[in-house]
Design a protein around this ligand. Structure first.
Ligand SMILES: Cc1ncc(COP(=O)(O)O)c(C=O)c1O
Length: 381
């Protein structure tokens, strides 16, 4: 089957295409039919069976950890299911617990969730911002901020604005010699870009499932390296305990894996949707997704360049993933025009962001580009 035929088949899984030209998949990914069906089936079982619905759902919780672990070349022992990326990053921060005199290296392309845990909850540590240049972080600039007192280097594998994709091996070359922990927010990368927690070795990998992993909002995932599996959990509850079956309220014997960081019952509807999203991703195949997204983003960048708008996203394919960001004149006006034409994309930081994915087509992009072309010509007169 040709890629074009496959795209037409896959579009049937996404009812959103009947309502919008949806080009904001890195914000909230629209719900695919199998994901919606899985969640609805659980609700039905819960409605009719109460606690009886819990047991298969709890199995989905284990399977979700396994599927995610497979995606990132880890073991399910090292995965915590959280409520969000934010919760995952805060958990990592609480485990690392920087001391006075230490510093945290972040950068100005990070998302707020990547810097606020340090700024707000760990004010004893200095937060050092690496300055971006032309939508990219230069590794030399990052290296200059790192020293013997660095508690962690934290970054987004793919940044949320310009869409810059880090070379994680190059970052690791900076942190390796001093054994500085590396915390990666994979929210804009996983599902699009291959990330193995072994190459380069990562200490923490946090994500939401609600973007390129095609799950619902309200579920996050955290990978922690083996060396943190015996850490004291900053919060504890019945699921943290290996001896939960003893009903021993006086003694908690913590699990010897990442389960010790689970407090209480997770968001089961979300877990079921997250598992269905990962299953769909596996079925479609990351190679197909990567190929389609590269084709669409490259086409967009070529055409936007011809129109003559300022593009923030790096041009080299190895330095970007699913995000294309540009700054047209009067971006809010353009955004309103696009919305009126039922084209969904983002507008922030003085620009427009588009995140096309495998079910989008070149025809959809042409519809978008025609409006941009008209808008830019009008602004020039
Ligand atoms: C890089 C990145 N991290 C995290 C998030 C979302 O975080 P959360 O799952 O805590 O809502 C986003 C959403 O826009 C993001 O782009």
């Amino acid at each position: 089957m040709s890629d074009e035929t496959r795209v037409q088949e896959l579009r049937k899984l996404f009812p959103v295409v009947g309502h919008w030209t949806y080009l904001y998949n890195g914000s909230i990914h629209p719900c695919a039919r199998p994901v919606g069906e899985a969640m609805r089936a659980f609700l039905e079982k819960w409605q009719n069976g109460g606690e009886a619905a819990f047991f298969p759902a709890y199995e989905a919780f284990g399977k979700l950890k396994e599927k995610f672990a497979k995606l990132i070349h880890a073991s399910a022992r090292n995965i915590v299911v959280t409520e969000s990326t934010t919760a995952a990053i805060n958990l990592a921060a609480q485990i690392l617990r920087p001391k006075p005199g230490q510093n945290i290296v972040v950068n100005d392309l990070d998302f707020m969730t990547d810097t606020y845990p340090w700024l707000v909850c760990h004010p004893c540590a200095e937060v050092r911002f690496v300055k971006s240049r032309d939508g990219k972080i230069q590794i030399d600039d990052l290296a200059k901020q790192v020293d013997g007192n660095t508690a962690v280097v934290s970054l987004c594998a793919v940044t949320v604005g310009s869409g810059y994709r880090f070379d994680l091996r190059a970052v690791h070359a900076v942190t390796r010699s001093s054994g500085i922990p590396l915390l990666v927010d994979g929210s804009q990368a996983l599902g699009l870009v291959k990330i193995s927690v072994n190459d380069p070795p990562l200490d923490f990998l946090a994500t939401t499932v609600s973007k390129w992993l095609m799950g619902p909002a309200g579920v996050g995932l955290l990978y922690l390296a083996d060396r943190y599996l015996d850490a004291t959990p900053p919060t504890a509850g019945w699921l943290s305990a290996a001896n939960v079956g003893d009903w021993d309220v006086r003694h908690c014997r913590l699990h010897d894996d990442a389960t010790r960081f689970q407090g209480g019952l997770p968001n089961l509807v979300g877990v079921i949707g997250a598992l269905a999203g990962l299953e769909l991703l596996e079925e479609i195949g990351p190679e197909f997704i990567e190929r389609r997204v590269q084709l669409l983003t490259t086409y967009l960048l070529d055409q936007l360049e011809k129109i003559g708008v300022t593009i923030w996203t790096p041009r080299a394919a190895s330095e970007r993933a699913g995000i294309v960001f540009f700054r047209p004149p009067n971006p809010d006006g353009l955004h309103a025009e696009l919305k009126a034409a039922r084209i969904y994309c983002g507008a922030f930081q003085g620009g427009i962001r588009l995140d096309p994915t495998f079910y989008n087509t070149v025809e959809e992009l042409d519809k978008f580009l025609a409006i941009v072309r008209r808008h830019v010509a009008r602004c020039a007169t």
